[in-house]
Design a protein around this ligand. Structure first.
Ligand SMILES: O=[N+]([O-])c1ccc(O[C@@H]2O[C@@H](CO)[C@H](O)[C@H]2O)cc1
Length: 805
């Protein structure tokens, strides 16, 4: 691979580095814009417009070269000195092992900062924190890129809402609420890309999976073949807001479509979704913005979706719909035939490539060794700041679910702690999925030992469903010796992961057995439930278990974060970013039921805190503190608002973005422990189409270090979108009615009431999908009239790639 590097890339090697540090990398370095064949091409002219630069590059390709550049494994164009480029890299919660990322075995670039999984960072409800985390991730990614160890685009974030507790990939998301996801992802993209429209983008982020993907494998329904049925209203109000935030409000560089079909059409072949909604309705029209398939999802369009009769038809359907890049080989293999058969034209191919290469121009790929960010090195990876931030992110996310006053624990030298459970000595477990090599992994056991306590460790029940009690004896021995029992367990990626949805949201029998027996010792007992949510009812109901913390997947410093919370070095202020359902929930509703509202006909109890009509074990937003808080909301400027006046005062193209009111929430720490407080503002009311959601999150802000006896003010900026609801057709309206804005300080609920008067007014008219099933009947459009499509250029014999070449 080193031989593929250009001279300018080699020149980037710092003192002490050598060419062999590149061994094994999938990246080919940077183009040589000084001495290479492209040096006279406009793509190398830094003063030219980025799109013009990409167009000039694409104009230099032959058709065969163009078609060969459409896969994630891009071979480049050797005759032009365009290096190989791997488009696929991951960075879900830190630079992660993936096709385009290479960690060194030892020495420089042997690790990167591993932050908590998004589900835990989401629980912090702290957008400033998310931006800081994303800035570290993109800085480290850039440093890796400078040394040929990563590309410039990363296929993160996963921003599908966490709709069903069984989803194996829910951990990759910030939670279940669409407003929360939208706000979180905006901050994340600002951090990853370096702002809304920076001259040189830090890295290109990719919002995935667009849209309606949240089933891995449930009851025979595999992600590769699912055709999810989502009514337009649910789509607009629940499944799409986070993606709208990416495209319309954050200017993200890339999108990824899904394996699954949505309402009859595989999303990667859906021109309504990729063009009418994404590009036209959301104005995602910059020529640097591209859509990639999920990995091998172009192939799925052919089989198992059967959306096209032929392989080249499937490839053409995707390209024509607006999928610019294939994560896979299907484009490279089948587009040549599609092209020669007139199923695609050169304009579409050029457009895809111009989008892809403009994004590389925008990241400085063609700007030589002095380009912005090229000075970043290994010394910018795993810095003290990054390490502190990884710890802070884990601490901020942890949620205190139960506490009879035992916590915070006072641990002194010699305190005897029994540390038990399958997570008690967790290391890689703490990273969840999509991880890289972390700077370090500080397990709970490590952290407990740092406190000076005498620690008796026993693992107890191993993996899920571990049938053996052979190694349980040390559990009882440890418990007998201890003053305090701390059990750390739950679920991990052995039961919830990509390709694997959970079959159960109960604790395993073996864990419950051990926990129950440990509680019978009657010693002070703390429980930390790790991974995603389980039904914690048995823990809540057990009077001998004093305290319960949800710790998610806390990343490289997860053990220290947990012990800092347990000992009170840091006060907990995370809030659940999902509903914790009772275990029977999964029998109440099939995972494939994508609807949100309770339904008497199907028996659905509804989904998420907005709609679930049963009793949650813990509600979305639940989280206790070591102190007491109260809140009051400053009076609004009016008690009644006329809808037409609200709209006439709104000059934005996108009316939902117009300001409504800036609400001051005064938060008082009435206890005596300094603590953060995440203020969550909800709107409730009976207006618009029924059934009404119970409440909807409309804004939030985390306040930091509020000392006992003092107050801070959160400013919740509300928009017209905060007040809106969606009709059956997906149109977004302001409706007259009675509204309540609520802040929940548990157990108190503080609210202000106001009314909207006048006629309903549309804020956003939804582009309706073509009615009657698939947007474009494949047999009519893509391969019905091959021979007759004379307007498409036919590939010259010399340009046609032989299948398999
Ligand atoms: O072949 N593989 O090794 C492989 C690995 C992961 C994989 O998952 C897909 O690839 C990720 C690309 O970012 C998407 O988020 C996920 O749905 C798809 C294929």
């Amino acid at each position: 691979m080193a031989a593929l590097l250009s001279l300018s890339a080699l020149a980037l090697l710092g003192a002490g580095a050598s060419a062999q540090t590149f061994t094994g990398t999938a990246q080919g370095g940077f183009p040589d814009c000084v001495n290479g064949p492209l040096s006279n091409n406009t793509v190398c002219d830094k003063s030219a417009d980025p799109v013009a630069r990409a167009r000039a590059l694409v104009a230099a390709f032959t058709v065969a070269e163009k078609l060969n550049l459409t896969g994630n494994n891009s071979p480049g164009v050797p005759r032009l000195g365009l290096p190989v480029y791997q488009w696929w890299q991951e960075a879900l919660h830190g630079v992660a092992s993936s096709p385009g990322v290479t960690f060194n075995a030892t020495g420089q670039f042997d690790s990167a900062t591993s932050f908590p999984q998004p589900i835990l960072m989401g629980a912090a409800f702290d957008d400033a924190l998310i931006q800081s985390v994303a800035e570290v991730v993109s800085t480290e990614a850039r440093a890796f890129n400078n040394y040929g160890r990563a590309g410039l685009d990363f296929w993160t974030p996963n921003i599908n809402p966490y709709r069903d507790p069984r989803w194996g990939r829910g951990q990759e998301t910030p939670g279940e609420d669409p407003y929360h996801l939208s706000s979180y992802v905006h901050s994340l993209i600002m951090g990853l890309q370096g702002g809304e429209d920076p001259e040189i983008r830090n890295i290109t982020a990719t919002c995935k999976h667009f849209a309606g993907y949240d089933i891995e494998s449930w009851n025979g329904n595999l992600r590769y073949q699912n055709d999810v049925q989502i009514p337009q209203r649910d789509l607009v109000e629940y499944y799409l807001p986070s993606f709208r935030s990416c495209a319309r409000d954050s200017n993200v560089g890339a999108f990824m479509c899904t394996y699954s079909a949505l309402n009859g059409v595989p999303t990667c072949a859906d021109p309504w979704l990729l063009n009418d909604v994404l590009r036209e309705h959301w104005g995602w029209t910059n020529e640097e913005q591209w859509v990639t398939s999920d990995c091998d999802s172009i192939q799925n369009i052919f089989l198992p979706h059967n959306f096209s009769d032929t392989r080249q038809g499937a490839a053409a359907a995707a390209l024509n719909a607006g999928t610019d890049l294939d994560c896979g080989t299907y484009y490279q293999h089948h587009l040549p035939l599609a092209y020669s058969q007139g199923l695609i034209n050169q304009t579409t191919v050029d457009q895809a490539l111009v989008r892809l290469y403009t994004s590389l121009v925008r990241t400085g790929y063609f700007d030589g060794p002095n380009a912005m960010y090229r000075n970043l090195t290994w010394s910018d990876v795993g810095t003290t700041h990054a390490q502190q931030l990884a710890l802070q992110a884990a601490e901020e996310g942890m949620v205190l679910l139960k506490n009879d006053g035992l916590l915070p624990l006072s641990i002194s030298n010699g305190t005897k702690i029994a540390l038990i459970g399958s997570w008690a000595n967790a290391t890689t477990q703490m990273q969840g999925n999509y991880y890289g090599v972390p700077t370090y992994l500080h397990s709970p056991l490590y952290a407990a030992q740092q406190t000076g306590a005498q620690v008796f460790y026993a693992q107890g029940p191993g993996g899920q469903g571990d049938p053996t009690t052979d190694h349980w004896l040390p559990v009882w021995t440890a418990a007998e010796k201890a003053d305090i029992i701390i059990y750390i367990g739950g679920v991990d990626i052995s039961v919830e992961a990509e390709g694997m949805d959970r079959e159960d949201i109960n604790w395993t029998g073996a864990q419950l057995d051990i926990i129950g027996e440990l509680a019978m010792y009657g010693k002070p007992m703390v429980l930390a439930q790790m991974g995603d949510q389980l039904d914690n009812t048995p823990i809540v109901n057990n009077p001998n278990i004093s305290s319960l913390i949800w710790g998610g997947y806390p990343g490289q410093d997860g053990g220290v974060a947990l012990f800092n919370i347990i000992t009170g070095k840091t006060a907990p202020a995370g809030r659940l970013p999902v509903t914790q359902y009772p275990a029977h929930y999964i029998a109440d509703i099939p995972m494939t039921d994508m609807t949100l509202r309770p339904n008497a006909t199907t028996g659905s109890p509804g989904r998420t805190y907005k709609w679930y009509n049963g009793t949650a074990v813990f509600e979305f937003g639940y989280g206790m503190h070591y102190t007491k808080f109260s809140a009051d909301i400053s009076p609004l400027s009016k008690s009644s608002y006329d809808i037409s006046s609200l709209l006439s005062g709104c000059n934005e193209t996108y009316k939902d973005r117009c300001a409504f009111e800036s609400i001051a929430v005064n938060v008082h720490n009435t206890g005596n422990v300094t603590s953060d407080y995440a203020a969550l503002g909800f709107i409730a009311g009976q207006f618009g189409p029924s059934p009404y959601p119970k409440k909807s999150l409309v804004n939030y802000q985390r306040l930091h270090s509020i000392a006992g006896g003092s107050s801070q003010t959160a400013t919740l900026n509300l928009t017209l979108g905060s007040l809106s609801r969606v009709d059956d057709h997906g149109n977004t309206y302001l409706y007259p009615g009675d509204y309540a804005l609520m802040i929940d300080t548990m157990p108190e609920l503080t609210m202000v009431n106001f009314t909207l008067t006048g006629q309903p007014a549309c804020l956003d008219e939804w582009p309706q999908p073509p009615s009657g099933g698939p947007t474009i009947p494949p047999s009519d459009y893509f391969y019905g009239g091959y021979g007759s499509r004379g307007e498409f250029p036919v590939l010259a014999a010399s340009e046609v790639l032989a299948p398999g070449s």
